[in-house]
Design a binder for this molecule. Structure first.
Ligand code: ZN
Ligand code: ZN
Length: 91
């Protein structure tokens, strides 16, 4: 039997999909803060895509040369930053 016309059943499946957390495909944790850039970061956290593609071969606990490294705050290596390197070359 068909549903009565004019009645729109609550689409609980669609609601479920929308409210489902975005899961980082590298670490498996939920992506919340950068959720709007989830696709840009290839379905990963910013730090996860950074460590996956940009950070090597530097120790993950230390700032790398890629720029925007999350570890610049904890173990900064200003000498590795591209701008610093350019200034050093100019002198
Ligand atoms: Zn992640
Ligand atoms: Zn880095």
């Amino acid at each position: 039997m068909l549903l009565a016309t004019g009645v729109v059943p609550w689409d609980w499946q669609a609601t479920l999909v929308v409210s489902e957390p975005l899961i980082c495909r590298r670490c498996g944790r939920a992506v919340v803060v950068e959720a709007d850039r989830f696709a840009t970061f290839e379905q990963m956290h910013y730090v996860c895509i950074h460590y996956e593609f940009e950070h090597d071969p530097i120790d993950p606990d230390e700032e790398c040369a890629a720029g925007g490294c999350p570890f610049a705050a904890l173990h900064p290596r200003p000498d590795r930053r591209p701008s610093e390197r350019l200034e050093a070359q100019g002198t």
